[in-house]
Design a protein around this ligand. Sequence first.
Ligand code: M6R
Length: 612
Amino acid sequence: MCGIVGYIGNKKAKPILINGLLRLEYRGYDSAGIATIESNGIKNVKNKGRVAELENNSEINELEGTIGIGHTRWATHGKPSEINSHPHMDNKKTTAVVHNGIIENYIELREFLSKNGYEFLSETDTEVIPNLIHYYYEKTSKSGKLDFLKAIKETVNQLKGSFAIEVLNNDFKNEMFVLRKDSPMVIGKGIEENYISSDIPAILSFTKDFYLLNDFEFAVLGRDYIEFYDSNLEKFNKEIKNITWDMSSAEKGNYADFMLKEIFEQPKSIRETIGSRVVKNARIQIDELDISKEYLQNVDRIYIVACGTAMYAGMTAKKILEKYCRIQTEVDIASEFRYRNPLITDRTLCIYISQSGETADTIAALNLAKEHNAKTIAISNVIGSSIVREADYSLYTHAGPEIAVASTKAYTSQIVLLAILGIYFAEVLGVSYNELEELKEEILEVPTKIEEVLKKADQIKQFAKKIANEKDVFFIGRGIDYTVALEGALKLKEISYIHSEAYAAGELKHGPIALIENGITVIGVMTDNLLSSKTISNLQEVITRGAKTFIVTNQNLENVSFNEIINIPQISSYISPILSVVPLQLLAYYISKEKGLDVDKPRNLAKSVTVE
Ligand code: M6R
């Protein structure tokens, strides 16, 4: 989705803004632009296409200013074009704005402004913002920045929807204005320079000291100060947060792509997520939670709610919560949950999972639980993200920044954290099973076992070459393996554009087997001792019909003939997806490479889906 950067300091803003925009490319976009304050006023340069095209835009060489804003646009209202790109300016060219989010009532605001003599050049919802700011600013005595802040405040009072906005104005050549509502925005503090971004990694090379803006908080950035104003325009102080992610975690290093790097980082990201939460022969420690036995005994059900890969991670936790905590657990897609009037009471516990913490549907689903006074827990990878701020409790996966659009290390970190949470609840409830003690030990062994699986990369690469030109690929599994099949199919379609579907293996005969024909590839996942023989039978049925088979397993399959078998280490079936997904991640990656596609930035997709 769209990305925002901003800079104010003593250096030329242009290269810093371009650097930030390049680091935001992974979010997905189709046009880019920057505006700086020059000696003769604001200068705005933008175009359709990549940031590289913006860098080559001849007009950009004229930008000398040391204060500026930048944007990558993912088209929502109006096609990708220069005119629709941000920054947008008001009719009088006094104010420049970049905006992330959606203004739902922009049509009526356009009508209002049109009646007041304003004209619109673009098809965007955003263009109403600089014009409204101009309209309201003209009504003040224009005697200082408080008047300009009042104009921004009046403007945002009229806006319905979500927005993070950055504003420049010709009257304030040494200041930059920002505000957010339901769309991420962070402010980076430097020495005699300050930064803005929608995403921490974009400015991580410049600073590690961040302020996290809350909804309807305004910030005014000067070169050596940052002022915060609440929604009544009263000044207040904000706590600074130090981000521990290191810069190398947001760079490719020696890897060809972020996705490959992130797949190989999984032993580390799992270790970091486990941290001190799991220690042999001791109870699980989750310092962030304060949940009593009485509360858990009274919980009527648990909902785990998320989108995409995060939802598939959520599916893995149902078994542990139902078996050991004896609490009915349902896993929901956030965009469905929010509209289906779910049975939420004040005894319901809702767990929300989101790598970015900014997914619009997940946030809305969380707010729904709050309306019903249910307790909420957020699991996110991004410090200070929106779901973290909204939930009663927040747990972080410490996977480090995930840049590739296709989620890999965040997914495995989410699974490990959910398993830890399940054991924690069981311990709070006072249940004790040897199996849970063993599971703790297994969790501690996961990083080393992933290292073993990663050694299979070459074998997987060779198989990927054989199937890179397929049109359809099917994934099957049972129980926990079915959840991995879903994730494997999502990964493959996201980055290779091959049509891929996952089925619970037992469902094949109820319809999907009609699609099996000579030469088609079926990928089977088998890690569950109790269910594997059943999946083998299903695989034999597809082999009989001419399918090629790629198997990920920790079972002994000596008597069955498959085309390719990736053996993975033994592991408890509660957490087996952490290992069994790795070959599927690598397969998707190598197929995408074989097809010459942009692995990290697949078409039509965005890293952070901040609109519904
Ligand atoms: O940031 P989130 O975890 O909330 O994102 C949810 C999905 O959009 C995300 O997992 C998506 O499915 C990924 N592209 C999967 O690789």
